[in-house]
Ligand binder design. Structure first.
Ligand code: GLN
Length: 293
């Protein structure tokens, strides 16, 4: 397990020879591109034209370590310490979930709804913010919005705050455990409440890839088998007190619980409409509920 020389072509060969037992060639190509961009600032075309260049020793070591970590299934976003979400850069670490493309769709939906309704300065709350990807992307695109976000994890909030600074926006972050009565008095009133809470039942873990279940925060991924709707039920209840009349609730959800969550929202009797929406892969992934006027 060594690299033949410091030439870029030998480094690339090393990626393929070490990783082919764990990733497909297409995945290796992408991983190589991400790593070369991050450590060498080489674009994909720089890689093609620079194959004969010699890479300095300290960068070779970084790329070598990156390959070893990838081989152990560590997600590339954690290795590099950053990712992109909604065209913005975010720091990520194992205290926060890696933002997903589905969540970009959720953000897009909220921005479109606000723009369509001419609603320029809504008060928005994101529950279980993790990296802060949702509130930061919303604030970046709805400049006059007042955006707050809560999480139970202090480490996640530190990361989220760093991401707000990185993206030059002001978000009010608070440490709140929404499952306790602390939420009843620490939350205010909002026009929009959004959440992508933990939604994978522990019994589903067996069918998940090690890259996700062994590295991403368990607290952000999983809920107990016995009560997979815990967060949804609680947030719907919180809406009675904290979602303004005419305001909207948005959830990201697990398709297998979509109908049950919809019934919970309808059953609460506070919403004039409750709709499930599909993601780009065709799975039911979101709920939008409009509160009575
Ligand atoms: N809201 C964050 C996200 O969408 C975190 C979600 C979570 O940790 N369950 O990525």
């Amino acid at each position: 397990m060594r690299i033949a020389s410091n030439k870029l072509s030998d480094l690339i060969d090393f990626f393929y020879s070490e990783l082919s037992s764990v990733y497909s060639p297409e995945e290796i190509k992408l991983l190589t591109q991400y790593a070369c961009k991050h450590y060498l600032n080489y674009s994909p075309s720089d890689i093609l034209t620079g194959k004969n260049e010699n890479i300095n020793q300290s960068d070779v070591i970084k790329l070598y370590d990156c390959v070893l970590a990838l081989k152990q299934n560590r997600p590339i976003q954690y290795i590099l310490g950053e990712t992109e979400f909604y065209h913005l850069k975010f720091k990520v670490n194992p205290h926060v979930l890696i933002p997903r493309p589905e969540t970009e769709e959720l953000v897009e939906l909220i921005i479109k709804d606000c723009k369509k309704a001419g609603f320029e300065d809504p008060d928005i709350l994101d529950i279980g913010t993790g990296s802060g990807c949702i509130p930061i992307a919303l604030k970046k695109n709805l400049e006059d919005a007042n955006v707050s976000a809560v999480d139970v994890s202090q480490e996640a909030l530190i990361t989220a705050q760093q991401n707000a600074i990185l993206n030059n926006v002001t978000i009010m972050f608070n440490k709140v455990n929404i499952l306790t009565e602390e939420a009843d008095y620490s939350l205010e009133n909002y026009d929009i409440i959004v959440s992508n809470p933990p939604y994978i039942a522990k019994k589903e873990a067996d069918s998940m890839h090690a890259r996700v279940k062994d590295f991403e925060p368990q607290i952000a991924l999983f809920v107990d088998n016995e009560d997979a709707l815990l967060f949804y039920r609680r947030i719907i209840t919180l809406c009675k007190k904290h979602l303004n009349a005419g305001g909207n609730l948005y959830f990201e959800l697990n398709p297998i619980y979509a109908q049950e969550i919809k019934q919970l929202a309808i059953g609460c009797g506070e919403f004039k409409s409750v709709n499930l929406l599909k993601d780009l892969s065709g799975n039911i992934r979101f709920l939008k509920a409009e509160r009575n006027d």
